[in-house]
Design a protein around this ligand. Sequence first.
Ligand code: URA
Length: 192
Amino acid sequence: MNKEKLEKLNKEMLACTKCALSNGCKQVVPGAGSANAQIMFIGEAPGKKEDELGAPFVGAAGKFLDEMLAIIKLKREDVYIANTVKCRPIENRDPSQEEKDICWPWLEKQIAIIQPKIIVTLGRHSMNLFLPELKISEAHGKAIKKDFPEIGEQTFFTLYHPAAALYNGGLRQTLIKDFKKIPKVLRETDKG
Ligand code: URA
């Protein structure tokens, strides 16, 4: 049921031309994974490799994400992975607030269909979309609940972006340490 709903939504996303990003990218990258996932990861935006292959996190940062998923005994098919914007910004620049705002209803619909138990935000762009007041240096590794009109009460778990941590030893260790908390956050969310 969720799978069909998500496939229908993906088709609509693939045809989206609501912002200028759609002119500069090769293809829209809606997201990938299980439509019934308990954990939804939300990154920033597709990069070069994602734009070429039409799937999220398939480059170096994605390989690191897969490694961290394996540490907590998960595969990418067990979770859902999406981004704040579905099209690659030219030259990998940061997506603008306007682009994120225009793309927001797609993300909102994805979350409403999947109804994940927890949303894991990857990096500050993703975190600040839901929790604009937070600083990633202070909020990383913490679970936060917030209510949204179309989504309802949602638990967020905020992490550094895998790309930022790839070549920074200290950040890498912090990200892995935070990542290992995900199963506990999930269990605690189950308890209500
Ligand atoms: N970085 C992101 O934020 N998202 C991707 O899909 C790939 C790299």
